[in-house]
Design a protein around this ligand. Structure first.
Ligand code: ATP
Ligand code: MG
Length: 202
Protein backbone atom coordinates (compact mmCIF):
# COMPACT_ATOMS: atom_id res chain seq x y z
CA UNK A 1 0.00 0.00 0.00
CA UNK A 2 2.90 2.38 0.69
CA UNK A 3 5.77 2.90 -1.69
CA UNK A 4 8.90 4.74 -0.64
CA UNK A 5 10.13 6.50 -3.78
CA UNK A 6 13.06 8.65 -2.77
CA UNK A 7 14.91 10.21 0.12
CA UNK A 8 16.80 13.51 0.09
CA UNK A 9 19.34 14.20 2.81
CA UNK A 10 20.91 17.57 3.38
CA UNK A 11 23.24 18.35 6.29
CA UNK A 12 22.01 15.23 8.06
CA UNK A 13 24.76 13.43 10.02
CA UNK A 14 27.53 12.46 7.55
CA UNK A 15 25.58 13.78 4.51
CA UNK A 16 26.92 17.31 4.01
CA UNK A 17 25.87 17.72 0.38
CA UNK A 18 22.35 17.24 -0.92
CA UNK A 19 22.11 13.50 -1.49
CA UNK A 20 19.19 11.99 -3.41
CA UNK A 21 18.57 8.31 -3.00
CA UNK A 22 16.14 6.66 -5.37
CA UNK A 23 14.46 3.65 -3.78
CA UNK A 24 13.93 1.16 -6.57
CA UNK A 25 11.32 -1.60 -6.20
CA UNK A 26 12.84 -4.72 -4.67
CA UNK A 27 15.52 -2.93 -2.68
CA UNK A 28 16.36 -5.21 0.22
CA UNK A 29 19.50 -3.83 1.80
CA UNK A 30 22.18 -1.18 1.99
CA UNK A 31 25.76 -2.41 1.93
CA UNK A 32 29.07 -0.63 2.35
CA UNK A 33 32.20 -0.48 4.48
CA UNK A 34 32.08 0.26 8.21
CA UNK A 35 31.24 3.86 8.95
CA UNK A 36 30.16 4.78 5.41
CA UNK A 37 26.71 5.94 6.55
CA UNK A 38 24.37 2.93 6.21
CA UNK A 39 22.82 3.38 9.65
CA UNK A 40 22.68 7.14 9.10
CA UNK A 41 20.22 6.44 6.26
CA UNK A 42 17.92 4.41 8.49
CA UNK A 43 18.31 7.11 11.18
CA UNK A 44 17.23 9.68 8.55
CA UNK A 45 14.08 7.69 7.73
CA UNK A 46 13.24 7.24 11.40
CA UNK A 47 13.88 10.95 12.01
CA UNK A 48 11.80 12.33 9.14
CA UNK A 49 8.90 10.15 10.30
CA UNK A 50 8.93 12.06 13.59
CA UNK A 51 11.34 10.33 15.97
CA UNK A 52 11.54 12.39 19.17
CA UNK A 53 14.25 10.48 20.97
CA UNK A 54 17.81 11.63 20.23
CA UNK A 55 19.02 8.41 21.84
CA UNK A 56 17.12 6.32 19.29
CA UNK A 57 19.09 8.26 16.66
CA UNK A 58 22.34 7.48 18.44
CA UNK A 59 22.80 11.05 19.68
CA UNK A 60 22.67 12.97 22.95
CA UNK A 61 20.39 15.76 21.75
CA UNK A 62 18.37 16.42 18.60
CA UNK A 63 20.91 18.89 17.15
CA UNK A 64 23.44 16.02 17.02
CA UNK A 65 21.87 14.93 13.73
CA UNK A 66 23.20 18.12 12.11
CA UNK A 67 26.41 17.66 10.11
CA UNK A 68 29.20 18.50 12.55
CA UNK A 69 32.03 19.06 10.08
CA UNK A 70 35.10 17.05 9.19
CA UNK A 71 38.76 17.55 9.97
CA UNK A 72 41.73 17.30 7.60
CA UNK A 73 43.05 19.54 4.84
CA UNK A 74 39.81 19.28 2.84
CA UNK A 75 37.68 19.55 5.96
CA UNK A 76 34.19 20.95 5.81
CA UNK A 77 32.58 23.30 8.28
CA UNK A 78 29.56 22.23 10.32
CA UNK A 79 26.17 23.14 8.85
CA UNK A 80 23.52 25.06 10.77
CA UNK A 81 20.62 22.91 9.71
CA UNK A 82 19.70 19.33 8.81
CA UNK A 83 16.89 18.48 6.45
CA UNK A 84 15.49 15.16 5.27
CA UNK A 85 12.64 14.61 2.80
CA UNK A 86 11.02 11.32 1.99
CA UNK A 87 8.63 10.88 -0.91
CA UNK A 88 5.98 8.23 -0.60
CA UNK A 89 3.54 6.97 -3.20
CA UNK A 90 0.29 4.97 -2.98
CA UNK A 91 -0.81 6.45 0.33
CA UNK A 92 -4.36 5.51 1.39
CA UNK A 93 -6.91 8.32 1.02
CA UNK A 94 -7.96 7.76 4.63
CA UNK A 95 -4.46 8.55 5.86
CA UNK A 96 -4.18 11.56 3.54
CA UNK A 97 -7.42 13.00 4.91
CA UNK A 98 -6.32 12.40 8.51
CA UNK A 99 -3.08 14.27 7.81
CA UNK A 100 -4.92 17.13 6.06
CA UNK A 101 -3.26 16.51 2.67
CA UNK A 102 -5.04 17.45 -0.55
CA UNK A 103 -6.34 14.25 -2.16
CA UNK A 104 -5.21 15.44 -5.60
CA UNK A 105 -1.70 14.40 -4.72
CA UNK A 106 -0.90 10.75 -5.21
CA UNK A 107 2.56 11.28 -3.77
CA UNK A 108 3.38 12.82 -0.43
CA UNK A 109 6.71 14.35 0.51
CA UNK A 110 7.35 14.56 4.22
CA UNK A 111 10.10 16.97 5.23
CA UNK A 112 11.67 17.62 8.60
CA UNK A 113 14.16 20.33 9.42
CA UNK A 114 16.13 20.98 12.57
CA UNK A 115 18.31 23.93 13.56
CA UNK A 116 21.11 24.10 16.10
CA UNK A 117 18.72 25.35 18.79
CA UNK A 118 16.97 21.98 18.49
CA UNK A 119 13.62 23.21 17.11
CA UNK A 120 12.03 20.98 14.45
CA UNK A 121 9.83 21.98 11.53
CA UNK A 122 7.65 19.58 9.55
CA UNK A 123 6.22 19.93 6.04
CA UNK A 124 3.81 17.87 3.97
CA UNK A 125 4.22 18.55 0.24
CA UNK A 126 6.09 21.74 1.13
CA UNK A 127 3.41 23.17 3.42
CA UNK A 128 4.29 23.58 7.08
CA UNK A 129 2.41 21.16 9.33
CA UNK A 130 2.40 19.73 12.84
CA UNK A 131 4.18 16.61 14.00
CA UNK A 132 0.69 15.27 14.65
CA UNK A 133 -0.18 15.50 10.93
CA UNK A 134 2.89 13.46 10.03
CA UNK A 135 1.91 10.89 12.65
CA UNK A 136 -1.64 10.74 11.27
CA UNK A 137 -0.26 10.02 7.81
CA UNK A 138 1.35 6.84 9.02
CA UNK A 139 -0.99 5.74 11.77
CA UNK A 140 -2.10 2.15 11.40
CA UNK A 141 0.39 1.42 8.63
CA UNK A 142 3.19 -0.04 10.73
CA UNK A 143 5.42 2.76 9.47
CA UNK A 144 6.48 5.63 11.66
CA UNK A 145 8.47 6.16 14.78
CA UNK A 146 8.14 3.53 17.49
CA UNK A 147 6.63 1.08 15.07
CA UNK A 148 7.96 -2.26 14.06
CA UNK A 149 8.95 -1.43 10.48
CA UNK A 150 12.32 -0.01 11.46
CA UNK A 151 14.27 -2.30 13.73
CA UNK A 152 17.69 -1.16 14.88
CA UNK A 153 20.40 -3.46 16.14
CA UNK A 154 19.41 -4.85 19.54
CA UNK A 155 15.76 -3.85 19.25
CA UNK A 156 14.48 -7.40 18.76
CA UNK A 157 16.06 -8.34 22.11
CA UNK A 158 14.51 -5.22 23.61
CA UNK A 159 11.03 -6.25 22.43
CA UNK A 160 11.43 -9.79 23.71
CA UNK A 161 12.61 -8.53 27.07
CA UNK A 162 10.12 -5.66 27.40
CA UNK A 163 7.13 -5.63 29.74
CA UNK A 164 3.95 -7.21 28.29
CA UNK A 165 2.27 -3.79 28.20
CA UNK A 166 5.06 -2.36 26.03
CA UNK A 167 5.12 -5.41 23.79
CA UNK A 168 1.39 -5.10 23.32
CA UNK A 169 1.87 -1.73 21.58
CA UNK A 170 3.81 -3.44 18.77
CA UNK A 171 1.03 -5.99 18.22
CA UNK A 172 -1.66 -3.33 18.36
CA UNK A 173 0.09 -1.31 15.66
CA UNK A 174 0.47 -4.46 13.55
CA UNK A 175 -3.24 -5.22 14.02
CA UNK A 176 -4.06 -1.69 12.81
CA UNK A 177 -5.95 -0.58 15.92
CA UNK A 178 -3.58 2.14 17.17
CA UNK A 179 -5.45 4.81 15.25
CA UNK A 180 -8.80 3.82 16.75
CA UNK A 181 -7.36 3.85 20.25
CA UNK A 182 -5.91 7.30 19.54
CA UNK A 183 -9.29 8.54 18.22
CA UNK A 184 -11.02 7.19 21.34
CA UNK A 185 -8.49 8.93 23.58
CA UNK A 186 -9.05 12.23 21.81
CA UNK A 187 -12.84 11.89 21.90
CA UNK A 188 -12.72 11.17 25.65
CA UNK A 189 -10.46 14.16 26.22
CA UNK A 190 -12.88 16.42 24.33
CA UNK A 191 -15.81 15.02 26.34
CA UNK A 192 -13.95 15.64 29.59
CA UNK A 193 -13.27 19.20 28.49
CA UNK A 194 -16.91 19.77 27.54
CA UNK A 195 -18.10 18.41 30.92
CA UNK A 196 -15.63 20.68 32.66
CA UNK A 197 -16.95 23.71 30.79
CA UNK A 198 -20.51 22.70 31.57
CA UNK A 199 -19.97 22.23 35.30
CA UNK A 200 -17.67 25.17 36.01
CA UNK A 201 -19.41 28.32 37.30
CA UNK A 202 -19.38 31.22 34.84
P1 ATP B 1 28.74 0.18 10.48
O1 ATP B 1 29.01 -0.75 9.34
O2 ATP B 1 29.90 0.25 11.42
O3 ATP B 1 27.44 -0.07 11.17
P2 ATP B 1 27.56 2.45 9.10
O4 ATP B 1 27.73 2.37 7.62
O5 ATP B 1 26.23 2.10 9.64
O6 ATP B 1 28.72 1.65 9.85
P3 ATP B 1 27.05 5.03 10.20
O7 ATP B 1 26.92 4.72 11.65
O8 ATP B 1 25.81 5.28 9.43
O9 ATP B 1 27.94 3.94 9.50
O10 ATP B 1 27.96 6.33 10.00
C1 ATP B 1 28.93 6.66 10.89
C2 ATP B 1 29.67 7.87 10.38
O11 ATP B 1 28.81 9.00 10.41
C3 ATP B 1 30.85 8.17 11.28
O12 ATP B 1 31.97 8.38 10.43
C4 ATP B 1 30.48 9.44 11.98
O13 ATP B 1 31.55 10.27 12.23
C5 ATP B 1 29.53 10.07 10.96
N1 ATP B 1 28.60 11.00 11.62
C6 ATP B 1 27.63 10.72 12.52
N2 ATP B 1 27.01 11.84 12.94
C7 ATP B 1 27.59 12.86 12.27
C8 ATP B 1 27.41 14.27 12.27
N3 ATP B 1 26.49 14.87 13.01
N4 ATP B 1 28.22 15.01 11.47
C9 ATP B 1 29.17 14.43 10.71
N5 ATP B 1 29.40 13.12 10.65
C10 ATP B 1 28.62 12.33 11.43
MG1 MG C 1 25.61 0.67 11.11
Amino acid sequence: MFKFDKIRLSGFKSFFDNVDLQIEPGLTGVVGPNGCGKSNISDAIRWVLGEQSAKALRGGEMADVIFSGTGGARGRKPTGMAEVSITIGDVDDENLVAAGVDLNFNEVTVTRRVFRDGGSEYFLNGTGCRLRDVQQLFMGTGIGRNSYSIMAQGQITQIIQSRPQERRMVFEEAAGITKFKQQKKEALRKLDYTCLLYTSPS
